[in-house]
Design a protein around this ligand. Structure first.
Ligand code: SF4
Ligand code: SF4
Length: 361
């Protein structure tokens, strides 16, 4: 059966390791209503992501959806450096003999050497030739210069970028988008709502301003509408954890006629955000993966950002409870720096944790 890639996909990064009926319902809603791209990555859902997707997609025929998996250039791959074994394990866990899309995850200056030394591009091409990988690409976390370098080493079928209106205006990700557009390489989007910042983490002044523009429109819709209007955005990964969020995202991305944007509004919100003290944390949890004390960094940063906004009703006691828990205290921190190394947003995590610990005791 031939099918067309839907402009929205589902990434289950923030789902728990144990599935419930809600998750099956979300998959059923997705497939029944035009979303056909699903993304796995071995260490999501506490290392259960691939098996979870296998379970969730079991009722549907393999040719009715696109399945993506990723080779993480950090962590366990770095230790073993055995792409053949890595890929085979992924195929086995997903109970499939091919991936529709396969991405090198975390392409940036820090992972350039491993891609070269392990000849990963040759490996991907060979697997593509064998029909095991149908489309190949990479997810990218660096600047223009490094994007060009990665693009030059192969003919890629897609590139996954962190694209949202804040990064577009503040961090010049517009340039990254334009480079892909010029080369006719489809842009896939991750962090389209900046890990929920664009739905519930904007500074209060920005929220007020957006409601002044349209009091009916949910705040997150501004973010999705921005992406829907970019013609070279071929797929936006939704990280929805609730059915209503997914419905909202799908309704916008699957709309035939994208909205005409008022860019001034987006620039103004980006300006307010840039002047705020908020951390650009997307809650991805990569920093926690190798942390020897298993500090819940994404939770701390998420609550910290919410605390900066007086309009948000955060449970301050939860925040303080984590802060005061001796298990996670700065005294237990080994200063190994692994959190810094793993953060795609380049936050100096360790330093920021120390600052927060000093300010909120
Ligand atoms: S520096 Fe501290 S917080 Fe960061 S990974 Fe190491 S132990 Fe964890
Ligand atoms: S600090 Fe960085 S790695 Fe950790 S959750 Fe936030 S964005 Fe992700």
């Amino acid at each position: 059966m031939s099918k067309t890639l839907s402009r929205i996909g589902l990434g289950i990064m923030r789902w728990p390791d144990t599935l419930s009926k809600k998750h099956h319902d979300m998959i059923e809603y997705s497939i029944g209503n035009g979303l056909n791209y699903f993304e796995a990555c071995r260490f999501y859902n506490n290392w259960k992501c691939e098996e979870n997707l296998k379970t969730l997609l079991k009722p549907y025929s393999r040719d009715s959806y696109f399945l993506c998996d990723k080779m993480s250039l950090r962590g366990d791959f770095e230790k073993e450096k055995n792409p053949e074994k890595y890929l085979q394990e992924q195929l086995d866990k997903c109970n499939t003999d091919y991936f529709d899309y396969y991405l090198l995850q975390y392409a940036c200056r820090d992972t350039w050497n491993i891609v070269q030394q392990e000849k990963l591009v040759d490996f991907l091409y060979e697997k593509k030739r064998q029909g095991i990988l149908r489309n190949i690409g990479f997810s990218f976390h660096d600047n223009e210069e490094w994007l060009r370098k990665f693009l030059d080493i192969s003919d890629w079928d897609c590139v996954q970028l962190q694209l949202n209106y804040l990064d577009w205006f503040i961090n010049n990700h517009a340039t990254l988008y334009v480079i892909l557009d010029d080369k006719n390489i489809p842009a896939f989007v991750m962090g389209g709502l900046k890990g929920g910042v664009l739905t519930k983490g904007l500074p209060s002044a920005a929220v007020k301003y957006l409601y002044e523009q349209d009091e009916e429109k949910p705040i997150g819709n501004w973010g999705m509408e921005f992406l829907a209007a970019l013609p070279n955005v071929h797929m936006v990964l939704s990280g929805a954890t609730e059915l209503w969020e997914l419905r909202n995202n799908m309704a916008i991305m699957l709309e035939q006629q994208p909205k005409i944007l008022n860019l001034e509004v987006y620039e103004k919100v980006s300006d307010i955000y840039a002047k705020s003290e908020q951390l650009p944390c997307t809650g991805c949890g990569y920093c926690e993966r190798d942390c020897p004390i298993k500090k819940p960094i994404s939770v701390i940063f998420g609550l910290y950002n919410i605390l900066l906004n007086e309009y948000n009703d955060v449970d301050k006691s939860t925040f303080l409870e984590i802060q005061m828990n001796p298990k996670y205290g700065m005294l237990n921190c080994t200063h190994c720096g692994k959190c810094n190394k793993n953060c795609p947003q380049k936050i100096n995590v360790e330093h920021k944790l120390q600052q927060i610990a000093l300010n909120y005791r």
